[in-house]
Design a protein around this ligand. Structure first.
Ligand code: HEC
Length: 124
């Protein structure tokens, strides 16, 4: 039954694309970020296993200062926005093949939506 709820939520996300993200719950997103915290800081210039996510929105992929990226991300040639993040967080492996972020991806649409709402404020 949880599954059908998830599908309903996914349908809503698809029909309202950006509007749905605006409704993401940042407080819930902060909890989802626990999954990212082992590898990412939100502090400018503090790179860990992964690059700092400070200033993420509008930043070109593969350009955090002082971080050594894979060629896959260096050559991705995109700017991080909601759509690219959604795609990346769902399945990093297929989003930019050959990248080195070892993360299975988030399966629930609302986790992604909430996380993006959180990141929008937390990465500023
Ligand atoms: C096991 C460590 C690990 C975890 C967990 C992880 N990441 Fe990453 N992440 C990385 C690495 C390593 C890279 C750099 C990939 C590359 O260069 O190919 C990266 C890259 C990224 C980038 C691209 C940044 C840029 O500057 O272009 C974003 C965005 C990102 N991660 C977000 C997340 C989020 C959000 C989560 C949690 C849902 C997460 N990551 C979980 C290791 C991790």
């Amino acid at each position: 039954m949880r599954k059908s709820l998830g599908l309903a939520a996914a349908a809503v996300v698809f029909s309202f694309a950006t509007a749905a993200f605006a409704d993401g719950d940042a407080a819930k997103g902060q909890k989802v970020f626990m999954k990212c915290k082992t590898c990412h800081s939100l502090e400018a210039g503090k790179n860990m296993v992964g690059p700092s996510l400070h200033g993420l929105f509008g930043r070109k992929a593969g350009t955090a200062a002082g971080y050594k990226y894979s060629d896959a991300l260096k050559n991705a040639n995109i700017q991080w926005d909601e759509d690219h993040l959604e795609n990346w967080l769902k399945n990093p492996k297929t989003a930019f093949p050959g990248n080195k972020m070892i993360f299975v991806g988030l399966k629930k649409e609302d986790d992604i939506e909430n996380l993006i709402a959180y990141l929008k404020t937390a990465t500023k």
